[in-house]
Ligand binder design. Structure first.
Ligand code: NAP
Length: 465
């Protein structure tokens, strides 16, 4: 049990909304400092903690998921409580949190996907990577989604690390996928997949690709797929040559792409074709289903900010494909009561202090971390530095808070009970975690994930009864 009172005033009460990496790094930075005593309540709308580490990181990247051990340590700290299955907006409002806590941190990520804005994007068979990734990772909101892997040919738009995750999951064999904690329905559907050709579209050149070399190497090493790169696509214009000279990451990527261009195909089951300097301009369908994608060749042009942008040349061709995965980045969504910068898809802020969208004034007591703060970029670890910056400002501001009175955070549990919210504590989550791992032990998998909230809550009542 944590103590809510200390001799020199009660602890600073902090609510963190969102229990993904950003939320946990913020909680971690708060419990590690000893300037100001803290009492932290973390909320997540899902019963399960860890956000994108559980529902975003690919199931064949179990090593990356080991970062959860760091978050577990924070969650088990007596100064931290976890309230899963509590939805900001439905179960508690921002006004409730501002009343009960001295400081509120929004760690709400970027929940949706960017749109291509081309005709045919909404056809059946055209999916966002966001929904595909959430589905294969057993995100409860996607339990009823269906993906059709009957078509022989798929297009993946975008060349970031998410696109590479999508490519691997589409390309891997049943045996490879069965060794992971991929959602059961996804395992079954992908095991029966007829996809043989995977066309990857990059609107700019190989130097501007966003994937990291480690991810590209994994694609190169796939047992089940040949990777096809046209050497002509690797010929660089002078401006890309210049960019390459200053970019060691791009140099590594290009080296791997050159090796792939020289590698003869080995007759593997699937083929991954990289296409550079092309954009999809229309997704074509028959009877509401995707049948092909019209692509246009691009050239690179410098913009005023120095970035090389893709410009269409008018030269078009048609790629036959029954599936499209749009992997062009995540996007934040507005939440009632919290300012939102529509252009950038983030909560407006000054180094983590939330500001009004209209006049940029700082809103006392409100903070932001992670993708909701800086947009959907960076690796998991990037959120750590980012949280440290926000927490530094929280501690500076906390010095001006009167911590001598108020019952505050103690009131949250009764409030939730009164509203009929069945929240999931960290101890509850540890039960679910154990059950998932037990379900996975016979088939030799890391875990078999629960697919639905109700399933999790039922399992918890069974265990406690
Ligand atoms: P990302 O890295 O921003 O990549 C988005 C891709 O979409 C880029 O290739 C971008 O091209 C392209 N794109 C954007 N708008 C487009 C349009 N209208 N038409 C065609 N292409 C378009 O985003 P992400 O892949 O979603 O990844 C998000 C973050 O998570 C990244 O920081 C990533 O590194 C990280 N992540 C890491 C891992 C890992 O380490 N294993 C795994 C997954 C994700 P332009 O460059 O031309 O804009």
């Amino acid at each position: 049990m944590r103590e809510d009172a200390v001799s020199d005033g009660r602890p600073l009460r902090v609510a963190i909304v969102g229990a993904g990496p950003a939320g946990f790094y913020a909680a971690g930075a708060l419990v590690r400092q000893d300037e100001i005593p803290v009492a932290i309540d973390m909320f997540d709308r899902l019963p399960t903690p860890y956000g994108l580490v559980r529902y975003g990181v690919a199931p064949d990247h179990q090593k990356i998921k080991l970062v959860i051990r760091v978050y577990e340590k924070t969650a088990r700290d007596p100064r931290v409580r976890y309230f899963g299955n509590v939805d900001l907006g439905r179960d508690v409002s921002t006004a409730d949190l501002k009343e009960l806590y001295d400081q509120v941190v929004y760690a709400v990520g970027a929940a949706t996907d960017r749109k291509l804005g081309i005709p045919g994007e909404e056809l059946s068979g055209s999916y966002s990577a966001t929904e595909f990734v959430a589905w294969y990772n057993a995100h409860p909101d996607f339990a009823d989604h269906r993906f059709d892997f009957e078509p022989r040919s798929a297009v993946v738009v975008g060349v970031g690390n998410v696109a590479v995750d999508v490519i691997r999951i589409l390309a891997k064999s049943r045996e490879e996928l069965a060794a992971t904690d991929i959602a059961d329905p996804a395992l079954e559907a992908l095991a029966a997949s007829k996809v043989e050709e995977i066309h990857v579209l990059s609107r700019r050149g190989p130097v501007q690709a966003k994937f990291s070399a480690a991810e590209l190497r994994e694609v190169a090493g796939l047992e089940n797929a040949d990777v096809i790169v046209d050497p002509a696509d690797l010929a660089l214009d002078p401006l890309s040559e210049k960019e390459l000279a200053d970019d060691p990451a791009a140099q590594k990527n290009l080296e791997i792409l050159h090796q792939l261009a020289e590698r003869p195909a080995a007759g593997r089951t699937r083929r991954i074709h990289f296409h550079f300097l092309v954009s999809p301009v229309e997704i074509v369908g028959t009877e509401g289903r995707v049948t092909s994608v019209v692509i246009e060749r691009n050239r690179l042009e410098p913009r005023s900010d120095g970035r090389l942008a893709a410009r269409g040349t008018g030269e078009r061709e048609v790629l036959e494909a029954g599936l499209v995965f749009r992997s062009i980045g995540y996007l934040g969504v507005p939440i009632a009561g919290i300012p939102f910068d529509r252009k950038r898809g983030v909560i407006p802020n000054l180094e983590g202090r939330v500001t009004n969208a209209e006049d940029a004034h700082v809103r006392p007591g409100e903070y932001v971390v992670g993708w909701a703060k800086r947009g959907p970029t960076g690796l998991i670890g990037t959120n750590k530095m980012d949280a440290v910056e926000t927490v530094k400002h929280m501690l500076e501001d906390a010095k001006g808070i009167d911590r001598s009175a108020g019952e505050g955070a103690a009131a949250i549990a009764p409030l939730l009970s009164e509203r009929g919210v069945r929240w999931v504590s960290f101890a509850d989550w540890e039960v679910l975690d154990r059950l998932e791992q037990e379900r996975g032990s016979a088939p030799g998998r890391p875990r078999v994930k629960f697919l639905r909230r109700e399933e999790m809550l039922k399992a918890l009542s069974r265990e406690s009864g």
